[in-house]
Ligand binder design. Structure first.
Ligand SMILES: *[C@@H]1O[C@H](CO)[C@@H](O)[C@H](O)[C@H]1NC(C)=O
Ligand SMILES: *[C@@H]1O[C@H](CO)[C@@H](O)[C@H](O)[C@H]1NC(C)=O
Length: 290
């Protein structure tokens, strides 16, 4: 046989057997909200970790998965971990209603927690290796999940979000946009933002997810002020100072600054970058310990 013919047969074979993004139709749980659950299990599973990748507004699990700027399929193939891709039924994630801003409140956060529990059982995930990431609305949801399901999540790396509770809707609307917060006018004390987190899962006193958050200094969609408010929130929850314990210029790349607030909170401030802070797969994976 001509060697090229063999090559094309092998290429065809790998296409046929290649892992694919697959929908899980019934992930269980009692949440009223029913976002879709999609899973990508790489061909070679080499890790007992789970990464949950949460899309932005006007997107879906499939669009986010196929987006060449979103690196989590590549990460899954490279390091062999399972990824879950929730898919919202609304334009943006519900990070505004009480049902989503409360532990077991029945909203989107509850449904994503149900997906995580399903995945832990089904794919034999180590419950101490559950990681959450997302951009924009997905970043907001990452903060909300960290606040509502701290017992389920090990670490978070989110890109361009707002503090948990910042998109609160006074009228109780679900998946509502909040101009005050997006515009950078929801400015409060660290104590207030910490109390907002405590209030989402009252009485919880166990370990909490380590938080890494990225934000661009010229973000025109979600005001850069939300970076400071997010750092006030999580430093308060961890009981550490808002003054960094270490600050590294031009890290992880030129014009980015990495600020650590002890081992559990890290902010990455991207000078001159807008709303779409590029995902830094290796930096996020390192934060997760992958
Ligand atoms: C927007 O969110 C803030 C908290 O960040 C809240 O005080 C305000 O009531 C919300 N606005 C609306 C219209 O619900
Ligand atoms: C933490 O919460 C558990 C369960 O509610 C409770 O039994 C325990 O006393 C609490 N521990 C502290 C240090 O507050």
């Amino acid at each position: 046989m001509h060697p090229l013919a063999l090559t094309s047969i092998l290429a065809l074979g790998s296409t046929v057997f290649a892992a694919q993004l697959t929908q899980v139709s019934n992930y269980g749980g009692t949440a009223q909200a029913k976002p879709g659950m999609w899973v990508y299990v790489p061909n070679q599973v080499k890790s007992d970790a789970l990464v949950v990748a949460i899309h932005s507004c006007q997107s879906s699990a499939q669009k986010y998965f196929q987006n060449s700027l979103i690196p989590w399929k590549k990460g899954a193939d490279g390091k062999g971990y399972v990824t879950v891709w929730p898919s919202s039924t609304t334009e943006c994630w519900d990070v505004s209603s009480k049902s989503s801003l409360t532990h077991n409140g029945g909203g989107d956060s509850n449904a994503i927690a149900n997906m995580i529990m399903y995945a832990i059982a089904k794919y034999k995930i180590n419950p101490k290796k559950v990681f959450v990431t997302g951009g924009s609305s997905g970043a907001m949801m990452s903060n909300v999940l960290a606040a509502t399901y701290p017992e389920l999540i090990t670490a978070v790396s989110l890109y361009s979000g707002v503090p948990a509770g910042c998109f609160f809707s006074a009228s109780g609307a679900s998946a509502a946009w909040n101009n005050t917060c997006s515009g950078g006018q929801s400015i409060s004390t660290a104590q207030h933002w910490g109390d907002v987190v405590q209030g989402m899962d009252p009485g919880y006193n166990g370990t909490r997810p380590r938080m890494q958050f990225w934000h661009g200094s010229v973000d025109a969609t979600l005001s850069p002020k939300n970076y400071d408010e997010t750092l006030k929130q999580w430093t308060n929850v961890f009981g550490v100072s808002t003054t960094p314990t270490s600050s590294k210029k031009d890290t992880p790349e030129k014009n980015y600054r990495t600020d650590d607030f002890g081992p559990d909170v890290e902010g990455i401030w991207a000078v001159g970058v807008g709303h779409s802070v590029p995902s830094h797969l290796m930096v996020s994976e390192a934060w997760f310990g992958l």
